[in-house]
Design a protein around this ligand. Structure first.
Ligand code: ZN
Ligand code: ZN
Length: 362
């Protein structure tokens, strides 16, 4: 039977978000209902609220979540009621050209639940953020969006792997292929950038240079594993990175801002034949201009990282295990835990620079 639970709704462009009663249907074939335990507040949720992603209001926000499977629909065999899972926004199809070539992390035909959750008051269909919608007591997802991990880990910590932290770690270890002895520079030290720093440390980078315009963020970046910091307001980051790498530039530069000017910094701060990884998300009006001769002459590769090019079934359990072994401090990303009705306030605090992640605990 369909259930009524609380959920955080973005009702219209720039309107404050609010808690409303939503209807969660029973899982259909290939679907699961998950009792949410924790969900991080991500910039993408704010972008939904502001209309930066689409106009499909009302949105059910929240997408960096973990919880316990409550029920599963027909044909679901990988997970069962009672399993502790991290939600991901890309359930892979297994049949597209990327999947069939053994590259499911690129899956071009990912899916979400087919049935819709609705607003109890009006019956309106909800658009769940990134196909998840987890600022709610319970949510309906495709079973492939649930990845089982060790239930001993704290839900607030586990949920963060569902989005920003995975994107950053994956940008370093999957897309950038950072290896032992590499020099790495990370431009932009928010949650994703800090995760890229933690990922680079995990991969054995010899030197990790953090670049930001905020000294508090640089301080935090150091605690995540940065060996050097550069305030790009005070000094030219390209020059500074070259100076710290024997005059050559870094092997891998990770751009975690998503702006043309920081992308150019990344482009020129890398060594010949080095790699640029763009994991910051640009907006539609942004344009990049670079001398094509420099693109050719400097060699190497210019890559973009979708969700850290992660494969949840491979990466989530591994990163939770490394966290449990004390080799990856995921708890450092949780700044504060809040209640479901405090999401709007958390959005306001986002721009202050003090908060890496607010996490709603349910
Ligand atoms: Zn596929
Ligand atoms: Zn996110």
């Amino acid at each position: 039977m369909a259930q009524e639970v609380r959920g955080v709704i973005a009702p219209g462009k720039n309107e404050p978000v609010r808690v409303e009663t939503i209807v969660v249907p029973d899982p259909g074939p290939g679907e699961a209902v998950v009792k949410v335990q924790a969900c991080g507040v991500c910039h993408t949720d704010l972008h939904y609220k502001q209309g930066g992603i689409s106009d499909d209001y009302p949105f059910l926000l929240g997408h960096e979540a973990s919880g316990v499977v409550e029920s599963v629909g027909e044909g679901v065999t990988d997970i069962a009621p009672g399993d502790f899972v991290i939600l991901n926004w890309r359930a892979v199809c297994g049949n597209c050209r990327a999947c069939l070539r053994g590259r499911p992390w690129y899956c071009f035909n990912t899916h979400n639940a087919k049935q819709k959750m609705t607003l109890a008051s009006t019956g309106q269909e909800l658009s769940p953020a990134l196909g998840i919608g987890a600022f709610a007591d319970k949510t309906l997802v495709a079973a492939g969006q649930c990845t089982k991990v060790d239930p001993a880990v704290s839900p607030a910590v586990a949920g963060l792997l569902g989005c920003g932290v995975m994107a950053g770690i994956g940008a370093a270890i999957n897309t950038g292929n950072v290896g032992r002895g590499d020099t790495v520079a990370v431009i932009g030290c928010g949650g994703v950038g800090d995760a890229a720093i933690a990922g680079s440390r995990l991969a054995g980078a010899a030197r990790i240079i953090a670049v930001d315009i905020d000294d508090r963020k640089l301080e935090k970046a150091r605690s995540m594993g940065a060996t050097h910091t550069v305030n790009s307001k005070a000094s030219d980051p390209v020059e500074a990175i070259r100076e710290l790498t024997g005059g050559f530039g870094a092997d891998v530069v990770i751009e975690a801002v998503g702006r043309p000017e920081t992308y150019k910094q990344a482009f020129y701060a890398r060594d010949l034949a080095g790699t640029v990884v763009l994991v910051g998300v640009p907006t539609p009006e942004m344009k990049l201009e670079l001398p094509l001769l420099d693109v050719f002459g400097r060699g190497g590769s210019l890559k973009s990282s979708w969700y850290g090019d992660c494969l949840p079934s491979r990466d989530f359990p591994m990163l939770i295990d490394l966290h449990q072994q004390g080799r990856l401090d995921l708890a450092a990303f949780v700044t504060e835990t809040i209640q479901l009705d405090e999401v709007e306030k958390a959005f306001e605090r986002m721009h202050g620079g003090d908060v890496l992640r607010s996490v709603v605990e349910l």
